[in-house]
Ligand binder design. Structure first.
Ligand code: NDP
Ligand code: GDR
Length: 355
């Protein structure tokens, strides 16, 4: 007896919930901030986890070093359609989380072409690979969309807010958001665009503003004096900053519903970079103004987004004030690893899924 693709799809959906087979997930960008937390979360949920990483001449696996023996890595670029199709065909995942991106907004002004290729054509490669393998059960696809797509639309921004992009990065992500809708509406594929506001952690890249600030202020006064003053750009801009582990759980949740739908996720609290510095200064008993220089060249963008504040589809647990504490504790070595001990002690079960 041969099975139609419809039957295979039904069977796959049944297996997803019965626990008879381990569900298999593929994460692009698994060695990034979110990819590393999501991999931990999916392992905790009993998944077989596969990830795509780029070949590098230096070690780029630091964030997933502790789980390397539990996951399978596939080395390649998401801009390479042949590689992407091959991995999807061989892994045959039930869920694909597309987190790989040129994710730095300021950098996207210097490399718009590259940004578009990774952030948009990368997703297209995944969507086409899944669509064309219609003899395999369709994988559910999560796309990492961003609050940057709202740009300077008046805050708070929710699922109904019209987009107002301000950077090549935002344009590339908006094109991907439209691709997600197109493949869902046209081919009946289970695709989700999660529009996430800024989320940070001790694993955040060092050239994003929260990590840049906490890394600097986590140092002793002597070390700060040796380093010289911290140079920042536009400190008036306001962002809705949350804690990355909270966000990856919702990514997973969004692929477990009966129907796929897009959503918005943030803390609903928005503070400026200047106020973020104020909170850091309070925790560190430091007057931040003594240590910071505003540089109106290097770190200022050709156009910036003034205020982002979510009208969120889900509640998240950690607010920006706890986030600052977690990030500073990590830098000052008052906690083990990336805030786990501190967090278990103070907030109980939020991190209980971590191994
Ligand atoms: P990171 O920059 O930490 O991670 C990006 C990942 O993408 C890295 O693993 C990187 O690998 C990988 N990557 C980049 N280019 C390629 C490529 N051509 N082929 C394969 N892999 C590639 O980002 P985050 O973890 O912070 O964010 C995850 C996703 O969520 C991104 O798509 C981002 O745009 C989006 N997003 C993030 C938000 C946030 O506040 N963090 C908010 C909203 C959306 P490598 O190490 O080799 O560079
Ligand atoms: P963002 O994060 O652009 O919101 O993108 P970033 O931390 O880079 O900037 C936030 C705001 O801070 C201002 N700023 C500075 N930014 C950086 N990086 N360095 C500085 O020195 C500095 N000084 C001031 C910026 O102008 C901006 O207004 C992040 C990324 O994770 C994206 O991938 C994601 O989509 C969005 O968050 C939501």
């Amino acid at each position: 007896m041969t099975m139609s693709s419809e039957h295979l799809q039904i069977l796959a959906n049944k297996l997803r919930y019965t626990g008879k087979s381990k569900p298999r997930a593929l994460i692009t960008g698994i060695n990034g901030q979110d990819g590393s937390y999501l991999a931990e979360w999916l392992l905790h949920k009993g998944y077989e986890v596969h990830g795509i990483v780029r070949r590098a001449s230096t070690n780029n696996l630091e964030r997933i070093r502790h789980i390397l023996d539990k996951i399978t890595l596939h080395e390649g670029e998401i801009t390479d359609s042949i590689f992407v199709s091959y991995v999807i065909y061989t892994v045959s995942p039930l869920e694909i989380y597309n987190l790989a991106a040129q994710s730095h907004v300021h950098t996207s002004f210097s490399v718009p072409d590259y940004t578009f290729r990774v952030n948009t054509l990368g997703l297209l490669n995944i969507l086409e690979a899944v669509r064309q393998m219609d003899y395999l059960p369709n994988a559910r696809i999560y796309q990492a969309s961003t609050s940057e797509m709202f740009g300077n639309a008046p805050a708070p921004q929710g699922i109904e807010t019209p987009f107002d992009v301000q950077s090549p990065y935002a344009i590339s992500k908006l094109a991907s958001h439209e691709l997600i809708k197109h493949y869902r509406n046209t081919y009946d594929m289970y695709t989700v665009s999660g529009i996430l506001f800024n989320h940070e952690s001790p694993r955040r890249g060092e050239n994003f503003v929260t990590r840049k600030i906490t890394k600097y202020f986590g140092k002793s006064i002597n070390d700060r004096l040796k380093l010289g003053r911290l140079k920042l750009g536009n400190i008036q801009s306001e962002r809705d900053w949350g804690f990355a582990p909270d966000y990856v759980q919702i990514m997973w949740k969004s692929l477990q519903d009966n129907e796929s739908k897009d959503f918005v996720l943030g803390t609903e609290i928005s503070i400026s970079v200047k106020d973020f510095l104020g909170v850091v200064g309070k925790y560190m008993w430091s007057d931040w103004t003594t240590y910071v220089d505003i540089d109106d060249g290097e770190f200022v963008r050709p156009s910036d987004v003034h205020k982002l504040q979510a009208k969120s589809s889900y509640t998240v647990k950690t607010d920006v004030y706890d986030l600052v504490k977690i990030m500073l504790d990590y830098e000052t070595d008052t906690c083990d690893g990336d805030g786990y001990d501190y967090y278990m002690e103070n907030y109980g079960d939020i991190f209980a899924w971590r191994t």
